[in-house]
Design a protein around this ligand. Structure first.
Ligand code: WT7
Length: 631
């Protein structure tokens, strides 16, 4: 299943288009199935209804753990690097990880979790997070990992949407010099979550926590009650593996659903090919397991490949801005996968903390989450890769399960800011607003996919119609990514950013509507409009225009802004806090009442010279007021 030359890539690509079923069936043979599938693919994008490896039975943890025991039982599966470099880390071999996953799976079972139940996981970046994820998969429970930075309200929304039976959390987490309470946030969330029967609490920070009798139990004590014997549940290829919530242009975050067979095959195939993973290599993905990048390329892809995966608890700037390079040297990292926002922020500190590192273990560098600008690409290439490590700019989404467009490391000729070419099995198409295909090279349009790959989402949890509406209805017969894209003269793809009302702030996906709803919850706020603007480090910053019933002035301006930020933090979490707030008396609206975001975006960008056609505005004067008050 490994492609080794550009010729092989082209051959594989052609085959994947000519005979996708045969192509993926051959790849899927490399996994351990309890029962083979009877039909490789059945699909339509109209309902949508997508099924891969129909009738196949498996358990993904047998592929990630059991099957490695004989050959690499004593090889590290996970290397854990704690927040504090002076604290001892943990290395778990495949044997140890297998043992711990089985034990925790038994803990879940003993607490009433059965196949199909949903389990919410709200944890720090510790090995126990991966263990909890895999333990769910072991017994066929569906995990829903919620990033540790989300608020109680966000946790409650996600728990209620999925009707989770159990929550797995920790007392607190360490991030840089901060200690963040997790259990108390879960306690706040659970006031409104009747489906939750048990909360399993791991000790990390030893911060005081309340433990409710009959509901809350300690991870460590539970483990004393179980054995390490836990046969894996037999799962259908199309049984749900996990739900992961992600933001869209409207409403509350949706629960993207991935299933066992296709997701496993796709995450693993892309891991091995994009990074050109070789047995024995150490892979360090700096994402949080709370995002899809962590699911696919910290946990499932690397472990199904028998790789050694680094889990880092902390932040890139603690204790100083050389931390990624410390970790790289300490653990002899061969492949480093990080986000442009991290690169840009580290660039700002200069080279002092880079040059005192060796970094000679590095062989491949990856980028993910947002467009990488040329300056950051070169800084990464020159100073980290020393111009000898290929950079893979990997484009994909929560919904795609794995990387769709990316160079294959060392095989595909790279070009800064281009994700380059589709992986085998991926059939991109650019369309105009009317859904008409834009053919040829040197063109741009809306990025869609015309054929399914095994890792594509199957539904949005509890609301299939929303899945259809969001991804398959804009351009009938196509999966719409929400991204704009350029295809250059060489046929290379460059993702230009979202074309919908979704922001990408430091690689975090946030819906403008979500932020508006949070702001509107603040007392006195009448209406708000949120747009993105270019931000040197974050990629995009959040700009909020806010109408209040009484315009604040003097001292009150700053105080009200502060309170609005507190409200957004409480409703969503600190990642959604606006960078700029401007109080206005009106918003530019068309006669039909639609906010003209185009104008607000321009003003937020600081480009007020050419606002385009404003003749359809209900009250053009409001634009002058907003321009004058722009921050
Ligand atoms: C959106 C998906 C799955 C990776 C983590 C983010 C943007 C992602 C790239 C890239 C340009 C990128 C897109 C996409 N994006 N990778 N290499 N170049 N843009 O997953 O939270 O689901 O966000 O991130 O806009 O639609 P996500």
């Amino acid at each position: 299943m490994r492609i080794r030359t550009f010729d092989e890539y082209q051959t594989a690509y052609q085959k994947s288009v000519d005979d996708p079923e045969e192509f993926w069936a051959e790849i899927a043979q490399n996994f351990q199935w309890r029962k083979p599938w009877t039909k490789t693919l059945q699909w339509n994008f109209s309902e949508p209804n997508i099924k891969w490896f129909i009738g196949g039975k498996l358990n993904i943890t047998e592929n990630c753990l059991d099957r490695h025991l004989i050959e690499r039982g004593d090889q590290p599966a996970i290397i854990w690097e704690p927040n504090d470099p002076n604290e001892a880390g943990v290395t778990l071999t495949y044997r140890m990880l297998h043992d711990q996953v089985c034990r925790f799976a038994n803990v879940l079972k003993r607490n009433g979790v059965v196949k199909g139940d949903r389990v919410c996981i709200y944890m720090p970046m510790v090995p126990e997070l991966a263990i909890a994820v895999l333990a769910c998969a072991r017994i066929g429970a569906v995990h829903s990992v919620v990033f540790g930075g989300f608020s109680a309200q966000s946790i409650a929304d996600r728990i209620n949407d999925a009707q989770c039976k159990v929550v797995v959390t920790a007392d607190g987490s360490y991030r840089g010099n901060k200690e963040i309470p997790l259990k108390s946030t879960v306690d706040d969330a659970l006031i409104g979550c009747p489906s939750v029967q048990k909360v399993i609490v791991m000790t990390r920070t030893r911060t005081p926590v309340s433990m409710l009798k009959g509901r809350d139990i300690w991870w460590e004590q539970e483990l004393k009650q179980v054995t390490a014997d836990c046969p894996a549940e037999e799962m259908d290829a199309e049984d749900m593996l996990f739900i992961l919530y992600t933001s869209g242009s409207t409403g509350k975050p949706k629960g993207v659903v991935h299933t066992c067979g296709g997701y496993m095959v796709y995450a693993t195939y892309t891991f091995q090919n994009v990074f050109q993973y070789e047995p024995g290599q150490v892979f360090f993905c700096t994402a949080d397991i709370g995002w899809i990048t962590g699911h696919s390329y910290i946990v499932y892809g690397p472990l199904a490949s028998g790789a050694t995966s680094v889990i880092f608890e902390g932040v890139p700037t603690y204790p100083d801005c050389g931390r990624f390079w410390d970790i790289t040297d300490k653990h002899n990292v061969n492949i480093l996968y990080t986000a442009p926002t991290a690169i840009r922020s580290l660039m700002g500190f200069g080279l002092d903390k880079v040059e005192n590192h060796d970094l000679s273990s590095l062989q491949v560098l990856g980028s993910v989450g947002e467009p990488i600008n040329e300056e950051a690409w070169h800084w990464y290439d020159d100073n980290i890769g020393k111009n000898r490590c290929p950079i893979v700019d990997t484009w994909w989404q929560t919904e795609t399960g794995g990387i769709l467009i990316s160079p294959l490391a060392g095989i595909t000729k790279t070009k800064p800011t281009f994700a380059t070419l589709p992986l085998p099995g991926v059939q991109p198409i650019l369309v105009d607003e009317n859904g008409k295909e834009i053919e040829g090279n040197g063109v741009s349009g809306n990025l869609c996919m015309k054929f399914p790959w095994p890792g594509i989402l199957r539904t949005t949890y509890g609301d299939h119609e929303r899945c259809r509406q969001t991804y398959f209805a804009t351009y009938p017969g196509l999966y719409f990514t929400g991204d704009g894209c350029l295809r250059d003269e060489d046929g290379y793809y460059r993702i230009t950013g979202r074309v919908d009302d979704v922001l990408n702030v430091s690689g975090h996906r946030i819906g403008t509507a979500e932020v508006e709803n949070a702001i509107n919850m603040h007392t006195g706020v009448v209406e708000s409009a949120v747009v993105g603007y270019p931000h040197d480090i974050k990629g995009q910053g959040i700009y909020a225009y806010v109408i209040t019933d009484q315009q604040p002035d003097g001292h009150d301006v700053e105080l009200t802004k502060r309170d609005i930020l507190a409200t957004v933090t409480r409703v969503i979490g600190p990642i959604a806090k606006p960078d700029k707030i401007q109080f206005v008396t009106g918003l530019p609206k068309t006669r039909s009442g639609k906010i003209m975001r185009r104008i607000l975006r321009k003003i937020a960008e600081g480009d007020t010279s050419n606002l385009g056609d404003t003749s359809t505005l209900l009250d053009p004067a409001v634009v002058d007021e907003i321009k004058a008050g722009a921050t």
